[in-house]
Ligand binder design. Structure first.
Ligand SMILES: Cc1cc2nc3c(=O)[nH]c(=O)nc-3n(C[C@H](O)[C@H](O)[C@H](O)COP(=O)(O)O)c2cc1C
Length: 207
């Protein structure tokens, strides 16, 4: 049995290239193992705003101050989201590139759960990720191509995959495998070929 937290970050449902590849991965895994799946669709999940009581709770906690009732409730919601990350053995993320980075709802989730004693620790000796038992599969879709040698790679415009790898590494995840689905906006043939190779790679990784 494997517990998977599947973070779905495209709002495009069945049409999403990243979600289709991630689904192929999960389907292939389900053929060989029992999968306990926790789907966290960032567009459907209630993600609290990170302001007001939540922000005050963060700073109160960091400075050792007691939390008032409102802050406790806000922090409990954040803790519940973080618990889903800690409970998982594998984190699967399907994500479209938006303006060279990630969709704002995924960034909101990241801002919510990346908290001291929720997903990482720190003291005078430095940081420590709390997700050490987890591995990750990152499926990144993008309309154009950013592989080495393309004009886009020379401009260092990929703040999607690099950012998510840094974030997961910071949280302690050491085994991160990536699948990139490129050229989804460069015509039907290029898009279909990229999707097919992403699905093949996903099936291979699951095996
Ligand atoms: C708001 C928005 C911004 C986008 N920005 C970029 C971008 O900066 N670079 C790129 O290559 N494609 C960009 N795209 C195209 C998507 O990355 C592409 O359609 C991808 O396949 C979406 O993944 P999905 O099918 O999983 O949703 C953008 C699409 C949207 C809707």
């Amino acid at each position: 049995m494997i517990r998977i937290l599947y973070i779905q970050a495209s709002p495009r449902g069945q049409r999403s290239a990243s979600a289709q590849v991630a689904q192929a991965y999960i389907d292939a895994l389900q053929k060989k193992d029992r999968v306990e799946l926790d789907l966290l669709d960032v567009w459907k999940e209630h993600l609290p705003a990170f302001d007001g009581a939540a922000l005050d709770a963060k700073y109160a906690g960091l400075s050792g101050q007691p939390l008032n009732q409102e802050q406790q409730a806000a922090w409990a919601a954040i803790g519940a989201l973080g618990a889903r990350f800690r409970a998982a053995e594998r984190i699967v993320v399907s994500v479209p590139m938006w303006n060279f980075g990630i969709p704002y709802r995924l960034k909101q989730l990241i801002d919510l759960v990346t908290q001291k004693d929720v997903t990482f620790t720190f003291d005078e000796n430095g940081f420590g990720g709390m997700l050490k038992k987890q591995s990750a599969i990152l499926v990144c879709a993008r309309g154009l191509s950013y592989v080495d040698g393309t004009p886009m790679s020379e401009d260092n415009l990929d703040y999607q995959k690099a950012y998510l790898i840094s974030w997961l590494t910071f949280l302690g995840v050491s085994e991160i495998k990536t699948i990139t689905v490129e050229k989804t906006l460069l015509g039907a043939d290029a898009s279909a070929a990229s999707l097919a190779s992403g699905i093949t790679e996903a099936t291979r990784l699951a095996a």
